[in-house]
Design a protein. Structure first.
Lengths: 251, 222
């Protein structure tokens, strides 16, 4: 483990109150979990009315960490446990988005994905993804973020000419704060089919970059209302919700 | 409950201790039992065995070994389950209607906006007691009643890590009075119903955003 992280942890009461074997498990966890551990070392002993007493259990998988904390509600004095699913890359793990294709200045299609997902053991109609969260420097600069997404899609599609006509940084969202610390960056972007036939390019690919397979789908703009019932990916629904709120699309 | 998965080849390849732990979990969680009963062999992949099961608190991480048929590559995939979620708790947002105007109530803070309606006691929706107490104070103990619950389908908040599907709905409350916005605090935010779609720029909870867009879709259809 990174020495800085170990030092930060040693300054925390909740860490020092944890049993030795728990401390050792944390200090000896795989290096790939350093981002998660760094964020854990940012957890103050007291946040709002919750005091973290100690870490009572922690488990590491290939990608996930499951910490269980003993905490106290300082208002009621009640002691109970809190736990969540952490990811090894930390809270900011991935980017999700929506691509729109226009022709002659008119929106024609929304581009989404049909993916097979192991956890749910079925296919899901979902947002564009398989893109890691960029570093803070790229994320906070809208131009750099746009370039980053263009490059990520270029790599996925095997096409060099991914240049967005318009790009919308839609901020962040939490998929499920009751279960995970994960925070997802979301975006929307417009590609023009005036010179490049993006319709055919997207629909001709089957992608498998991270051990799960997906295909892009084109949703005609006029079918959006019915598609909102067909997709149950909360990221995608949230992206549509945010685009609607910003008047980028209208139902 | 019948565990059909015990006939499957991948089950027989799984370590006996893991088998025992999975069986115990499936006895407690029908959600997990359904998952394993329906775990099927894909055309391009073969499930070899359950590689590990780590239980921690109310969560468990399950790692599955599978083989890609055309390359023979062995891959591991893992997901997380909530052992205590025997059925997926629903989430909802709430609107208040006094016959003239309508408000949307966003409770707690921006990142925890939804509720877990409880249908267990009767067929009626039981809102959490903490919210009911708060609402009574804000409505000055005037009469209110749940007039309608709209089913907005299900969503999957996190398909890559967890098999949970969450039913979402909208709860309409009829009330003699609306909430005076000057009385609201950090726990409660109020919006006019006609601002339904614009709230999407103010909240970061994907479940709440999903509820809003599905509700708006329904309103458009009506």
């Amino acid at each position: 483990m990174n020495k800085l992280i170990a030092e930060r942890l040693s300054n925390l009461n909740w860490f020092n109150n944890s049993e030795e074997n728990i401390q050792e498990t944390l200090l000896n966890c795989p290096e790939s979990f350093d981002n998660f551990l760094f964020e854990l070392s940012n957890r103050k002993d007291i946040a709002g009315n919750i005091e973290i007493i100690r870490l009572i259990a922690i488990s590491f998988g290939n990608h996930f960490a499951l910490p269980v904390f003993e905490v106290k509600d300082t208002k009621s004095g009640k002691i109970f446990e809190y736990e969540f699913i952490g990811r090894k890359r930390g809270t900011k793990h991935s980017v999700r988005g929506l691509v729109m294709i226009e022709k002659d200045g008119e929106l024609q299609y929304f581009v989404t994905r049909k993916s097979w997902r192991f956890a749910i053991d079925s296919t899901i109609n979902e947002s564009i993804g398989s893109i890691y969260e960029p570093d803070d420097n790229s994320r906070l600069d809208k131009f750099k973020f746009k370039n980053y997404i263009e490059n990520a899609l270029s790599e996925q599609l095997g096409e060099e000419d991914v240049i967005f006509e318009r790009f919308y940084d839609l901020g962040w969202l939490y998929p499920d704060v009751g279960m995970t610390h994960h925070k997802v960056s979301i975006f929307a972007a417009v590609l023009s089919s005036d010179r490049i036939d993006w319709d055919t390019i997207f629909t001709s690919k089957i992608i498998n970059q991270k051990n799960y397979e997906f295909q892009y789908e084109l949703i005609p703009v006029n079918n959006l209302l019915s598609y909102l019932a067909a997709t149950n990916d909360s990221h995608l629904l949230a992206i549509f919700g945010r685009l609607q709120a910003l008047n980028v699309i209208k139902l | 409950m019948i565990f059909n998965f015990k006939e499957k080849k991948w089950w027989k390849n799984t370590n006996m201790e893991i088998q025992s732990n999975i069986e115990n979990l499936c006895v407690k969680s029908s959600l997990l039992a359904d998952y394993f009963n329906s775990l099927k062999i894909e055309i391009k992949k073969e499930i070899v065995r359950i590689d590990s099961l780590q239980e921690i608190g109310r969560l468990a991480v399950i790692k599955i070994e599978y083989r890609i048929n055309n390359t023979n590559q062995v891959v591991y995939n893992e997901f997380v389950i909530d052992k205590e979620q025997n059925s997926s708790g629903g989430r909802c947002l709430i609107s208040l209607n006094n016959g003239f105007n309508r408000q949307i109530i966003i409770y707690k803070n921006e990142s925890m906006l939804t509720f877990f309606p409880d249908f267990s006691k009767s067929n009626l929706c039981q809102l959490p007691q903490s919210f009911v107490k708060k609402l009574n104070i804000l409505l000055n103990n005037k009469h209110w009643t749940i007039s309608k619950i709209t089913d907005l389908g299900t969503i999957v908040p996190f398909a890559e890590i967890c098999p949970i599907k969450i039913p979402i709905f909208w709860v309409d409350i009829n009330s003699e009075v609306l909430i005076d916005q000057s009385l609201t605090d950090k726990e409660i935010k109020i919006y006019d119903y006609n601002k339904l779609t614009s709230i999407g720029s103010k909240i970061n909870d994907s479940i709440a955003l999903s509820i809003i867009i599905r509700k708006h879709k329904l309103d458009k259809n009506e």
